[in-house]
Structure formats: C-alpha cells, structure tokens
Design a protein around this ligand. Sequence first.
Ligand SMILES: Cc1cc2nc3c(=O)[nH]c(=O)nc-3n(C[C@H](O)[C@H](O)[C@H](O)COP(=O)(O)OP(=O)(O)OC[C@H]3O[C@@H](n4cnc5c(N)ncnc54)[C@H](O)[C@@H]3O)c2cc1C
Length: 400
Amino acid sequence: MRPFDAVVIGAGAAGLFCAAQAGQRGLRVLLIDHADKVAEKIRISGGGRCNFTNLDTGPANFLSANPDFCRSALVRCTPADFIALVKRHGIAFHEKHRGQLFCDDSSEQIIAMLLAECAAGSVTRWQPCAVAAVHAAEGGFELDTARGPVAARQVVVATGGLSIPKIGATDFGHRLARQFGHRIVEPRPALVPLTFAAADWAPLVPLAGVSLEVAIIAGQGRQRVRFVEDLLFTHRGLSGPAVLQASTYWRPGEALTIDLGAGQDLAALLREAKAVSRRQLGTQLGTWLPQRLGDAWLARLQLPADRPMAELRDRDLDGLGRSLAEWQVRPDGTEGYRKAEVTAGGVDTRELDSRSLQSRRQPGLHFIGEVVDVTGWLGGYNFQWAWASAAACAAALTAG
Ligand SMILES: Cc1cc2nc3c(=O)[nH]c(=O)nc-3n(C[C@H](O)[C@H](O)[C@H](O)COP(=O)(O)OP(=O)(O)OC[C@H]3O[C@@H](n4cnc5c(N)ncnc54)[C@H](O)[C@@H]3O)c2cc1C
C-alpha cells in the first residue's frame, strides 16, 4: 500500500488542525484517534463555549523549561489568523474577559469547523482506532494499528496531556517520545485546584463557596508570577481562576502569597475608616470583603467584629491589613489529573526544532500541542498553542 505522507496520532485540537492544513497543502494524511468521539476536550472547553484563543497571546503567557521555544510558532500562526478562519466559517464569538474569545453558541461549532477543514484537505480519519506501536522503517515509519499496519513517511504525535483520563487522555505521546530517545520534563497537573491538609483547612471549611478577586503570587526566581483573578474557597482548599493560574507555577512544599485586597491597601483604608467611619469593624471590613470571609478572618485573629472603628488600636488595624495582604498558604497537593485542565511538562523542547516541531533525534517524527513542554495560562492560550504548533508542523511536512 502506498505510504501516507503523514500519519497524525490524536484527533484533538492540534491533530485536527495539523491534519487539515497538511491535507490542504496536498499531502496524503491519515488522522487516527483511539477515542469514540472526536475532540472531546474542545467539546467540554470553556464551559461548552470553547475559549478558542486570546487576543493578547505572547510567549510570556506560557511556562516551559525553554521559555523561548514557543516564540517562532506563535508568531507564524497568530490569534488573528485563527479568528479569520472562525469568521470564514460564520461562527459568532465574543470577548468575555481580558482578550478571551468564546463562541456565542457552542464549542461544537469549532469541532465542525475543524472537521470541515479536514474534509477540504481530503484527510482520511480512522476513529476509534488504537495505535499499538510505531517503528522507524526505511523511508519513514510503520505503525501497528487496530485497523492493520500503516506506512507513513512522517508521524505527528498530537495525543495531548494526561488530564481527564476518562475522556481519552493517555501517556502515549510521552512513551513514544521516550522510545525515540527524547527526554520528558516531569509531567504534573496544572490549571488545577489546590488542596490542603484536612486539619489545617478545617477552620476554613465554612467559607466554601465564598469568592472574591485577589492578587496571588506563585513560583520562584524568573518564573515568579502575580495574577489578579477571582479566588474560590472550596471544602478541600482553593480554586477559581487565581488558584488555577498559580497552580501551574506551584511546586510541592512551596507557599503561595495571596493579597485578599487584590492590590488595594487595606491597612491604609482601615486607618482612614477609623478616622471617619461610625461602623463596627466587622461591618467596615464587609465593605471590602465578602462578609463571611471578613467575619472568619476577625475570628481567626481574635479581633472584635462588634467594636466601633474609632475604638480600635492602630496596631491591630495594621496587623489586620497586613494579614489580609500577605496571606501565606501552603497547599499539600492538587486535585490531580481528574480535575486539571492541562498537563505541565511533557516532551522536552530542547530536542525539538521550534520552527517545525520535528524531533532532532528521529527525522520525520513531530510533536505538537499539549504533549510538548509548553503550558499556557488559563484564558485561551492552550488552544492558541495547539493551533500554532499544529500550523508550524503542517507547513514543514513534506509530500512524497
Ligand atoms: C475541562 C477543560 C476545559 C478546557 N478549556 C479550555 C479553554 O477554554 N481554552 C483553552 O485554551 N484550553 C482549554 N483547555 C485545555 C485544552 O483543551 C488543551 O490544552 C488542548 O485540547 C490540547 O490540544 P491537543 O490537541 O494537544 O490535545 P487534546 O485536545 O487533548 O487531543 C488529544 C487527542 O489524542 C487522543 N489520544 C490520546 N491518546 C491516544 C492514543 N494512545 N492513541 C490515539 N489517540 C490518542 C485523545 O483521544 C484526544 O482526542 C481545557 C481543558 C479541559 C480539560
């Protein structure tokens, strides 16, 4: 049988986009996925409306052991390029928050668009179809699949990360990379809620459901970051966009610093209020923080919620302001791959060419999307990486 120019393994965001683009360049492309349904993560993304890109995407929005690696692909396929495609397919969208673009109706529209693009490129799709093995062979590769052996001049691995195993995530890409001598940057759950030891968290359990905007600082050295986003208290710990963002930079044993005033100088505000306010401390604090949180905080510090502001000592108000601005928390873990939106780590970029995503160890082998050690922030950046890495790879694949 005539070999395919390229077999793309994984019909998720990156695999569909790469297969479509390569097919439209005239290559014979086979796209294989072991799951019954195509692109399950696109379907469930963005609460069913797929936050498909972010207008402000740049290398600073990604974490990688090699921070410059993503630069080349991101420049060659920009949010504007993907938006043009979305518009061509007549999909209505809106900006929700800080450059994040969502479909007005449904993420199914993005899947339908990618399938139509694959059809326009005459891509052959085998699904469900498991890939048992990939071997290097003369002129390319041989694959053992559930539908029999396949020969391909090039192989693109687009099998994603480890998050949400129940919808088809596997470590196939990492195993294949190791088989061809690639190093793997230790994978870990990212964009994930953080948990705390039950005994430490017990006093805060009654706050489950409270949410507020905070500033959160995580990471070390050059990877230290500060996000201003919403925080959510849960029964087991902390969640919400602020903590999901911070989780990507958090390593076991580290503390996070949370400013519950989100950058407002609460110590100064408390002192000003002392001079002019007739409120009690608890009510005053409730003008800046959710009341339940303010009350719990005063109880923790053993400060009297019912004392009039004018009667409080400056020292106590300063201490209260500082404790709110510099809340140090030490998570004991994460909610794991079951709840993580992405996997940080993955195929080490030092052994990949940044323009083509091709292996430097095995000519013709490529890795794209989340399987690579490039992890985006929350807010459409991970899909933009999937599109950009897929486009860079598709442009580099050759026809036989
Ligand atoms: C709940 C949730 C919400 C999200 N929301 C957003 C969002 O709104 N915006 C955003 O930018 N990002 C979001 N993400 C992240 C985003 O979905 C991923 O980063 C993106 O899908 C990665 O694309 P990918 O093609 O690399 O991998 P995937 O889209 O995960 O695709 C991988 C494909 O490979 C297949 N596969 C796996 N193993 C094998 C194997 N052994 N053989 C054959 N096929 C295999 C899988 O079935 C899957 O179809 C979200 C993630 C989750 C879990």
